[in-house]
Design a protein around this ligand. Structure first.
Ligand SMILES: Nc1ncnc2c1ncn2[C@@H]1O[C@H](COP(=O)(O)OP(=O)(O)OP(=O)(O)O)[C@@H](O)[C@H]1O
Length: 683
């Protein structure tokens, strides 16, 4: 229902532009603008049951005329006597004289306000009110919306109320009747009405359940269909069973862990059959994902194909390039790096050699999915996604070849069910074992009063030839502030505290070349202490550095802290992670404790989810998934499981949703995934 809100009664251009800030453009958006919370005013009490200071809803009868007091200039108090079955009281307002003629003696009204007691007199302070029987503002559960400047909750309520009255009949049911019956779901219209203006908490729950279910079902089906359409059962490449790979594995500088062997076997099996592979490799920090990519690449190359790997940042791409090149040393394999910052001439040459098949492995950033990048015989596409979820990028990359096999790597351990949501379009392999000989990282959560001791500790370690990372927090509101904070700390270290050492600075606003240079210097131990923002969060591998100090650790997600901590403990030295917690808040302390006591990424991410809620941890937007408006991936876990099951059911039955009963549902899915364009769900 694409009615523009601007033309809605009571909206107009000014309000419309404010609503747009809340992402509300159409009447349908309004209806799906779900309250972030509710104020439950529905439970009526009697005056006798009320406590002083409590905010309550009551039904009272007006028993006398208004009394107006003027204790001083600029202050008038209006008092209206009321009673209920249990007691007498006064309604009290300040400076609202116009209310004096509002009520008629004998009239019954519903009020909601705070109870006060002065002497023996019970007062209901500044109550909102309405006539009994109208059940509008007071006598029920009131929605609370996320607001933006210039729009009050009441205004949004009114606009939504109006749009529901006017347009609800245009909302069409899109779930098949049999599903509605099977899960005893509320009808779509009732669900929308009740999610905004519930008559009681039971109906509210039913409404939320219905809307959450439809959203999760649509999301899940979309993901399954993308998988079917873009990857699954597509005829793919049948790579050779090679013996060379065993030889290659024999010559590695280390022995593979059992978990690495298991995961590579899964990949090998996928590669050797002729269905296109579409697999997620999930492994905790430092579990050794890179080598898995290398083995798969080697296998693809041995069969005469090219391989490509895409990483989210230049630092990571360069690092992968360096380490992967080393693994291929002594083999007739040409590996090249393609990132935005390489000179045009060199780029041109790479593009030509790639197209003509003289390059075997291409590693790069988003540069590798640009239109001008053409492969000769792309057989394997790997994306190292870390925290991102790039359905679209992955699809573009995969379309650079003729159904190449696809591997997605991520270092974010995700609880299983959520992995299914976020990566529902992939088969999953998990590396759940660290290479042997890793020393546990000692983790300490301390207060800021310990900073001097920490600095002494860093000094001592550096004198023993180690290196340290110092991480300053991201300041959400402003990248400039973040950079300033890092620069300040850097200066203080360089000019005062650690002036005898080499201190480096790394942040997101530096040019890629400068960043690379700093990383290079840190790797080569030309820098002892690296002050950085979270740009080093993922993937960076400098085994000699053994200290990670994180300022304002309370501002980070646990999974993110775990990632940062994973930058140390990569060499033979005992490593340390020091979390400086500047908050006294109970939850902060608990979160720090989780990290202190566990090194298991899966456990940590589950706990993070529990403590922070999925909104922050899995901000779906950053994963590139359609935004969820109703469902809460944490509290709605039960609904999610049911929706997943049903989605699988339906897609198995009717992969392209051609049956008449799925027609409306299919439209919804298309709408939800419309930003994926041609890589979207249906032909
Ligand atoms: N089986 C193994 N035995 C010993 N060392 C290994 C093994 N596998 C990998 N390594 C080494 O462990 C280190 C970490 O590996 P890698 O960089 O692949 O980790 P990762 O899983 O990508 O971690 P992160 O996501 O934190 O970057 C590397 O130095 C790598 O050479």
């Amino acid at each position: 229902m694409a009615v523009n809100i601007q033309y809605l009664k009571g909206v107009g251009p000014k309000r419309a532009s404010r609503l747009r800030k809340l992402n509300i453009n159409t009447v349908e958006d309004l209806m799906y603008f779900i309250p972030r919370d509710y104020d439950d005013r529905s439970k009526f009490k009697t005056l006798r049951e009320c406590m002083i200071g409590e905010k309550v809803s009551l039904e009272v009868e007006i028993i006398g005329k208004a009394n107006i007091l003027r204790p001083r200039r600029n202050l008038s108090i209006i008092k209206i006597p009321v009673k209920d079955s249990s007691h007498n009281a006064y309604l009290v307002w300040f400076n609202q004289e116009y209310l004096k003629d509002k009520f008629i003696v004998g009239e019954k009204i519903i009020v909601n306000g705070k109870i006060n007691k002065v002497g023996m007199e019970i007062q209901i302070m500044s109550p909102v009110f309405e006539k009994s029987g109208t059940m509008n503002k007071v006598g029920r559960i009131t929605p609370i919306y996320s607001l933006t400047e210039g729009l009050t909750n009441n205004e949004i309520m009114k606009i939504i109320d109006y749009s529901i009255k006017e347009y609800i009949n245009q909302i069409r049911e899109f779930l098949p009747q049999e599903i509605i019956d099977k899960y005893d779901l509320m009808d779509i219209k009732d669900a929308i009405i009740n999610v905004h203006f519930p008559m009681n908490s039971v109906l509210l729950e039913k409404a939320r359940k219905r809307l959450s279910f439809q959203e999760l079902l649509t999301l899940q089906m979309g993901l399954f269909i993308i998988k079917n359409r873009n990857f699954t059962n597509n005829k793919g490449i049948r790579f050779n069973k090679t013996v060379e790979i065993n030889d290659f594995i024999q010559k590695l500088p280390f022995e593979l862990t059992n978990s690495q062997i298991k995961v590579f076997k899964e990949i090998e099996a996928d590669m050797e059959n002729d269905i296109q592979m579409n697999r997620l490799v999930q492994g905790d920090v430092g579990s050794g994902k890179t080598i898995i990519a290398v083995l798969a690449m080697f296998k693809a190359i041995s069969s005469g194909y090219q391989a490509v790997m895409m990483a989210p940042t230049e630092i990571l791409a360069s690092q992968h390039f360096e380490s992967i090149k080393k693994f291929f040393l002594g083999y007739n394999i040409r590996t090249e790096l393609l990132v935005g910052s390489i000179p045009p001439k060199a780029k041109e040459e790479i593009l030509l050699d790639l197209k003509e098949g003289r390059i075997d492995v291409l590693i790069g950033t988003h540069a590798v999915i640009q239109e001008n990048v053409e492969f000769n015989r792309l057989g394997l596409a790997i994306t190292d996604e870390q925290h991102r979820f790039g359905v679209k990028q992955r699809a573009i990359l995969s379309h650079k070849g003729n159904n190449p096999d696809v591997i997605v790597m991520t270092a974010t351990p995700i609880p299983r069910t959520l992995a299914l949501i976020l990566y529902g379009d992939l088969d999953v392999s998990i590396i759940d074992e660290l290479p042997p000989g890793r020393k546990e990282i000692e983790t300490y959560a301390v207060g800021p009063e310990m900073i001097e001791r920490i600095n002494n500790f860093i000094r001592k370690q550096i004198l023993e030839s180690r290196q340290a990372y110092i991480v300053c927090p991201l300041i959400e509101e402003s990248e400039t502030l973040t950079v300033n904070a890092a620069e300040e700390l850097y200066k203080d270290f360089k000019d005062n505290i650690f002036k005898e050492f080499k201190v480096g600075l790394l942040h997101g606003k530096m040019k890629p070349k400068e960043k690379d240079l700093v990383m290079e210097e840190f790797k080569n131990h030309k820098i002892d202490i690296l002050v950085s923002t979270t740009v080093i969060e993922v993937g960076v591998n400098v085994p000699n550095s053994n200290i990670m100090v994180i300022y304002n650790a309370e501002r980070f997600g646990l999974a993110q802290l775990h990632q940062l901590r994973g930058r140390v403990g990569r060499g033979e030295h005992q490593s340390y992670c020091i979390l400086i917690n500047e908050s006294n808040n109970q939850i902060s302390r608990e979160r720090m404790r989780v990290l202190q006591n566990s090194t298991d990424g899966f456990k940590i991410s589950e706990k993070d989810l529990e403590l922070r809620g999925p909104g922050e941890f899995f901000g779906t937007r950053q994963h590139g998934l359609p935004e969820l408006k109703v469902a809460n991936l944490f509290t709605d876990m039960d609904i999610l499981k049911v929706a997943q099951k049903e989605a699988i059911n339906i897609v198995n039955q009717d992969p392209n949703l051609e049956l008449e009963k799925y027609r409306e549902l299919k439209k919804k899915i298309q709408e939800m995934f419309s930003n994926l364009g041609e890589y979207s769900t249906f032909n």
